[in-house]
Design a protein around this ligand. Sequence first.
Ligand SMILES: [Zn+2]
Length: 196
Amino acid sequence: MKCKHKFKTINTISQKTHKEGSKKFKSGFEEANSYGIKILVARQQQCLECGEKRTTVEISKRQLDSIYAGLSKILEDEQIDSVLSDTEINVRNFLIQTSKGETKTRHEKKAMYKEVWLTVYPLRRFGRGNTNEVVEWIVNISNFDTDNGRPPLNSLVVRGDTGMPGESWVVWKNDSDTPYTTVEEAQQACWSYEWS
Ligand SMILES: [Zn+2]
């Protein structure tokens, strides 16, 4: 004869979300929260008549919230990996630090082409011919950030003598979807943006 299981909780793995035996626990689930997802805890149950066991693994709101909080960062990291080279990711991190004033550069919160170059090749001499390579990195970085609604970090990469980007910035801007019309506007946006 088929047992109509009456499962009883024999073990609970919870993060104090519920106490076993509490009214909430017996009812099985909390009400759906604002995410529309019902939440609880992990628990093992057993039918006292036939001995069949079942395990229900559910999640507490706190765990769920922390997963949600980390998710956008995880997705962003994956996306960066697929678009930018390792060198470009390093340069981008350097420029983000620079925008926050956390690097020692000649021009405050800006980096010279040479300074960018030296973060990648600290032991090599920088010559004028190397500017193109730097421009290639920062263009790729800024296209990536523009596509994702962020300000262009190439506006912070400047010539030593003028403290401003070279002509290549305007060339890039005219060919890009960036909403910033002037270098100053783009720089201001980089400085006030909350980079993760
Ligand atoms: Zn049973």
